[in-house]
Design a protein around this ligand. Sequence first.
Ligand code: ADP
Ligand code: ADP
Ligand code: ZN
Ligand code: ZN
Length: 740
Amino acid sequence: MFDSIEIKGDRQNNLQNVSLSIPKHQITVFTGVSGSGKSSIVFDTIAQEAGRQLNSTFSSFARLFLPRYKRPDVDAVNNISPAVVIEQKPLGGNARSTLGTISDINPLLRILFSRFGQPHHGHASNAFSFNDPEGMCPTCQGIGETYVLNLDAAFDRSKSIREGAVLLPGYVKNGYYNQQLIKTKLFDNDLPLDQFSDDQWDFFLHGDPDERVRTKQKFEGISRQFFRTTTQSDRDTSAGAAKRLATFATQTLCPACGGKRYNDSVLASRINGYNMFDLTDMQLSDLVAVLKAFDDPAMAPLLTDLQQRLGDMIAIGLDYLALTRDTRTLSGGESQRVKAVQYLGNALTDMLYILDEPSTGLHPRDVHRLNDLLKKLRDNGNTVIVVEHDPDVIAVADHIIDMGPGAGSHGGTVTFEGTYAELLESDTLTGHSLKQHLPINPNPRKATTFIQSQPSSRHNLKNIALKVPVGLFTVVSGVAGSGKSTLVQQVFAQEHPEAINIDQSPLHANSRSSIATYTGIMDRLRQLFAKSSGQPAGFFSSNSTGACPQCHGKGVVSLNLSFMDDVEVECSLCHGTKFKAEVLQYEIRGHNIVDMMQMTVEEAVQFFNDKKIASKLAAVENVGLSYLEIGQTLDTLSGGEGQRLKIAAELQNAGNLYILDEPTTGLHTADTKNLIRIINDLVNAGNTVIVIEHNLDVMRAADWLIDVGPDGGSRGGEIVYQGVPAGVVDCERSITGKYL
Ligand code: ADP
Ligand code: ADP
Ligand code: ZN
Ligand code: ZN
């Protein structure tokens, strides 16, 4: 039988006709600088092709309902297994999803309580779910939070009802609801609301069942009516309802259950003194200890199962999370590890697991846990493909494929295939950089003045403040769950709204934005064309009079096929160039506007030899993105590329406060060195930069290091060290110090 996945002639994105074998039932790590082509092979070719080949085994009718995969630009991909792509994408979910509900752990705990909880009610186990009417708190319906009306937004209390004091939808002065309200004559329609007595005001807001009987009027109160109509008519799915709630209401802890989500009868049921909420609200490492003390032999099979699943989560370094944790608040890295653990418990074999930089968010101390998980997946009979930069993950690979040598058109070839030992000896950028570390910053800039936050006890913080030296490059370090994001993002940044967060989220741009429009050189290009052609500048814009008449400058047309997703196909008139044919007749030194969009940043700088263009592209070159084509649209950039483009746009500024959250994600050691240089440029220009990082080279390069910990969750939340990076090495309590 075949024992490898065979790729022949891959030309996707920047790949230069790559052919490869990937051994099955082994761990293969793809390395290479950012933009070298790793994702083009792993995600755009292998994952797409696995999905497509699986789909093609279904009937054409069934395929209508399956996700659609693009055919990669490759001659052949053979011997592939069904693929599971475990991405960095946050888990998301809704107000009803917690770590406990999406893992298999809450269901097991529910069975435990339904059989062994005291007093014993002989329930079925659904009664112990906050998502089931039998188990949920009736006031918040299991959400744990309720809305209250934001009085300042909902009323102008200086006005009377007749003058339009109620600002809620439908109550405008002559609105239907206001007319109805006036007709009830329950209130003095001409008295300003701020002159209502306390009782009147209360009745006005909430109605009153007793009063209703006495006055024989049906009046439910303005507040109740607002929430009933908003949540019933629109359901909670509607964007309109969400917007109205955001405008007129504030969310608070449910007064009935205090955020516990369960009803009283669930909360009354206990084992060893703990109820369902108590168990789910403690961090996983504590839960394991509590469950160990449950010694009824009848519980043993259930407990074994529970301990197994909890053990897997703890083994991957999620010990500091609680089952009550809302899945929407998990970071990308945490989400990926939760998903990966779920697959361990599943008996499928001969699957292909694809992971994208799973070390993101993990402190060097914990990377070995990730390696154990990868090995387990492999030892269960699966093929594991990982895109990684972390030296310790690369070291665990059975097989390494290094892409390069450079990025974009300078990359796209395989520069090395083999074992870790062979990689270290190879003449590749990756091999060389694995052997050399940056020294600890010997000349840190001096800290003089500080920006501070108020001391906080949010989440696991132990009444600590963040104190950041002005005009320096500060790194905030600590193991996952120690409290870095809480301290920096949720405490410090909330108090300092002037801070500019440069994160990895996509650039807010419409699908037509490209490097050329984002940097502003597109305008200059149009001017140059206008000057040389005598046509107006708008003629050279695909958003204006230059647009292809068939696709209106989109380059693609959507085919609306009944009951299928719309399919986008290349426009047959302009062949995807977006321009009408006349525009393409005009050339500058042999190149029309479409040819120019295919130039890379560095090619454009050389070709135009124009001061304005060069200065606008200099910042992009400076952050190491000179390999991008100027026509490449922003939605095709990776998170890291987008982040660096954002930094490029900030390099002209001074006196700002920047926060970067794990900027080395997606970066090769060689890219990281470049990033450190860019951060220093930002600081040299007179800015203050705070970086949350696990990357040791970045910590070593900082002027100031703030280590949060010592450990994760309840065992963290303190400032363990703050000062120059060299000092942390002698700090006994700092885990980070042991790795620097
Ligand atoms: P890596 O994963 O090694 O960082 P990628 O495979 O994402 O690199 O990118 C390789 C090259 O292909 C880069 O120049 C990138 O900008 C380009 N690229 C990636 N996706 C697209 C796309 N959808 N359209 C055009 N170019 C792309
Ligand atoms: P780090 O950024 O160092 O990984 P975090 O600040 O994310 O750490 O987490 C610190 C602690 O606070 C952890 O115990 C974590 O589970 C908890 N925590 C973080 N965010 C939330 C949240 N939105 N709700 C509840 N607990 C949270
Ligand atoms: Zn409640
Ligand atoms: Zn067209």
